[in-house]
Design a protein around this ligand. Structure first.
Ligand code: UT7
Length: 327
């Protein structure tokens, strides 16, 4: 009998504070028109001073557990995908476990930036398919507002904060995660990164003076890589499973830039309506973008039982990947 991991519950959490393009006009030399035309983003959510990754992740997890209708004690493990953890260690997953008040499970973080949720989903899927574990909580969370330079217009307008969570459970039917496909190319590590704060350049006055604690990005180059990797990911999933793009009910891409999604649709001849898009209101929430979009798609009934859903993302690393789900 084949075991599949089925997503039995989803939850998301977006901080209350909305930061609009108009407000950004007062902070850096930018305009609502530039941001909208170049990215498709109108507003994004910003965590409060007190809120860290584990707080956002906890809220999304509680919602996902409720949606799944299971008890927190039913969980065997927690995997958190994030590159903005509460602290360097312990893992944010252990902090979520502590907040949920669960014992006797294992928890760890995955660092794959915006592809993180798909990486975490893939790892969780292997544990469940192998029959070793039955139920897992997988979270994508990032709080980029705390690591962007709010005086750098080329990055600060792009990102927002959020968390998305999924409960995976072993199932013997034909629904669930069908296949996952992961890739990385470390040669492109410096296309998007935070240079300071780690063991290469530990915190120091010099580091802070040079603003090395903030995101550095070569946006233009990344744009092209993003389109290619997303197209490759989609094509790989379709080929591997013997499917055509018309067989997919909904494509759920990483929400980085509307123009990237448009370019992917154009290249693969997939109409834009078949892509879930919510970057207009949340911006790029990094590892949270795909699970938040999936959660919304399900609650808006854009996906129904037995539909194929294709998740795809790219991010710092460079990492990229995709997952095919039979809902
Ligand atoms: O999760 C992965 C995260 N990152 C990405 O996916 C980023 C991928 N890249 C992109 O989305 C786009 O490259 C950006 C949105 C970052 C930039 O758009 P672009 O069309 O590639 O613009 P550009 O970088 O070529 O900049 C065009 C101009 C420049 O001025 P000059 O040199 O032509 O005078 C920039 O200085 O736009 C200027 N610019 C801005 N102007 C107003 C850059 N940022 C801004 C801004 N407001 N916020």
């Amino acid at each position: 009998m084949q075991i599949r991991s089925r997503i039995i519950g989803l939850g998301s959490y977006l901080p209350e504070r909305v930061l609009t393009n108009l407000e950004l006009e007062g902070m850096v030399e930018t305009s609502n028109e530039w941001i909208l035309n170049r990215t498709g983003i109108s507003e994004r959510r910003i965590a409060s001073e007190e809120e860290a990754a584990s707080d956002l992740a906890y809220n999304a997890s509680v919602a996902a557990l409720k949606h799944a209708g299971i008890k927190k004690e039913d969980l065997d493990f927690i995997i958190v995908a994030t590159v903005t953890p509460d602290m360097l260690f312990p893992s944010t997953a252990c902090l979520v476990q502590y907040k949920l008040g669960i014992k006797n499970i294992f928890s760890f973080d995955i660092s794959a930036a915006c592809s993180g949720f798909i990486y975490a989903l893939s790892v969780a899927d292997q544990y469940i398919r192998s029959g070793i574990y039955r139920t897992g909580l997988v979270i994508g969370v990032d709080v980029f507002s705390k690591v962007v330079d709010w005086s750098d217009r080329s990055t600060c307008v792009l990102f927002g904060d959020g968390a998305g969570a999924a409960i995976l459970q072993a199932d013997s039917g034909d629904r669930g995660i069908i296949s996952t496909h992961l890739h990385s190319d470390g040669r492109l590590w410096d296309i998007l990164y935070i240079p300071g704060g780690g063991s290469r350049t530990p915190p120091s006055e010099e580091m802070l003076k040079n603003k090395l604690q903030y995101i550095k990005m070569r946006g233009n180059e990344l744009f092209k890589v993003a389109v290619n990797t997303l197209c490759d990911s989609i094509s790989e999933v379709l080929k591997f499973n013997g499917l055509k793009s018309d067989d997919i009910k909904l494509f759920i891409p990483h929400q980085a830039n509307l123009r990237i999604i448009q370019a992917v649709g154009k290249k693969l001849n997939i109409p834009l309506e078949r892509f879930k898009i919510n970057l207009d209101v949340y911006g790029n929430t990094s590892a949270a973008s795909v699970p938040i979009a999936l959660c919304e798609s399900v609650s808006e009934h854009m996906v129904r039982e037995s539909d194929y859903v294709l998740l795809e993302a790219f991010g710092s690393g460079l990492t990229w990947g995709a997952a095919l789900i039979k809902w």
